[in-house]
Design a protein around this ligand. Structure first.
Ligand SMILES: Cc1ncc(COP(=O)(O)O)c(C=O)c1O
Length: 376
């Protein structure tokens, strides 16, 4: 948002700061983000993918998930939602989506409830299905419920922000997402124990970023000699810290949160109204949502011929379009390589084969909106 001004402020920051590695700017951004997201804790990292990775590692470190556990994932998701599960010895189980919401519903989840220990749901493209019911089912069965909210910042359903239904949620600040720090990601939770573990996992497995009393207690527990305190490593971790440049950008961009969400929602409503009147396209059902902070505008065609014709129409008019995220994740080469029984997700396959999306940003101008509207 406000690119020229942001560049000028960044240049000034770079000239005057004495500190580039993770510090006060990152901390300030975490606090501001947790407040806007209405969560107690936020941990800033260098990408949404890293947010997913440290979240899964932290849950393993805490014993809330165990190697070999099955974890449900949305069939329409992003590669690095599923990959950390595979990398860390868990078993992803793809759950099909509903065509009208592009998201997993409680009825699609139901058959898997007995086998999964965790559910890492993706709130795809700013939408959700009956996520309140999904949360209750997970609570009843003591399934660890996590949300990959990288595409749905600001969306709300059943009176609650998406990202606040599960134990923890992740966000991405890559270009094209609602807020951008160039590269960046966040994990949010209200669980203090998980928060403390995430702080360790984010940086080397050490305790330096923990609150003072917590760190002192750990040193006491392990009888650390003070000389070795700075190089004491308590659990499995990585180094996925952001820089102060990302933190500084986050603090500038977060001021636009409300504006970004409002304009993404306004654009979505504008396009969706037209889309509903078009019989070539499948209608989206969002009546259960309070706010649709759409990441992008999905166009799901009724069949392959219609898909080809709309794809050409958009491309010929110079509009950049993309497949619906990773499409049907079970059809991706990595998934086939590493997962033997890759279930059947017919709705995700349909969306994969007959759908695409075009970008929705808060800075689309009248002319661009007009062209896009004419193509639907
Ligand atoms: C659902 C989802 N999860 C995770 C990611 C990864 O985020 P990043 O690109 O910041 O690593 C993305 C990226 O677009 C995404 O859409």
């Amino acid at each position: 948002m406000d690119e020229n001004e942001t560049r000028r402020k960044l240049a000034d920051f770079v000239m005057r700061t004495e500190f580039f590695s993770m510090g006060e700017e990152c901390k300030k951004y975490e606090e501001a983000f947790a407040k806007k997201q209405e969560r107690k804790f936020a941990v800033f990292v260098n990408s949404g993918s890293s947010a997913n990775l440290i979240l899964v590692q932290a849950l393993l470190n805490l014993g809330k998930l165990k190697r070999g556990d099955k974890v449900g994932v949305s069939a329409i998701t992003w590669s690095t939602n599923v990959m950390p599960l595979l990398q860390l010895g868990l078993v992803p189980v793809a759950i099909d989506c509903e065509k009208e919401s592009l998201n997993v519903s409680s009825s699609k989840l139901e058959p898997y409830l007995k086998e999964i220990r965790g559910l890492f749901l993706t709130n795809a493209l700013g939408f959700c299905h009956d996520i309140k019911e999904i949360r209750s089912l997970c609570e009843e069965r003591e399934i660890v419920f996590l949300e990959d909210n990288c595409e749905s910042l600001g969306s709300k359903a059943y009176g609650r922000l998406l990202g606040n239904f599960g134990l923890a949620s992740t966000f991405s600040f890559f270009l094209g997402h609602h807020l951008s720090t160039l590269e960046g990601g966040m994990v949010c939770t209200d669980d203090e124990e998980l928060y403390h573990m995430l702080l360790k996992v984010r940086a080397h497995g050490w305790g330096r970023n923990l609150p003072k009393e917590k760190l002192e207690a750990l040193h006491k527990e392990h009888g650390t000699d003070p000389f070795y305190a700075l190089y004491s490593f308590f659990d499995l971790g990585y180094n996925v810290r952001p820089t102060e440049i990302n933190g500084f950008l986050g603090n500038l961009q977060i001021q636009y949160w409300d504006e970004v969400v409002a304009s993404r929602e306004k654009n979505f409503k504008f396009f969706n109204k037209k889309k509903k009147e078009n019989n070539d396209l499948l209608a989206l059902s969002v009546d259960h949502m309070d706010t649709v902070s759409a990441f992008a505008m999905p166009i799901i065609c009724k069949d392959k011929t219609t898909f080809e014709s709309y794809k050409n129409k958009f491309t010929e008019n110079g509009v950049e379009i993309r497949p619906i995220v990773s499409g049907d994740i079970t059809s991706q080469p990595f998934y086939k390589k590493y997962i033997n029984s890759h279930g059947d997700c017919p709705n995700a396959r349909f969306v994969h084969q007959n759908g695409f999306y075009f970008g929705n940003t808060s800075e689309l101008n009248e002319g661009e909106l007009g062209i896009l509207y004419s193509l639907i």
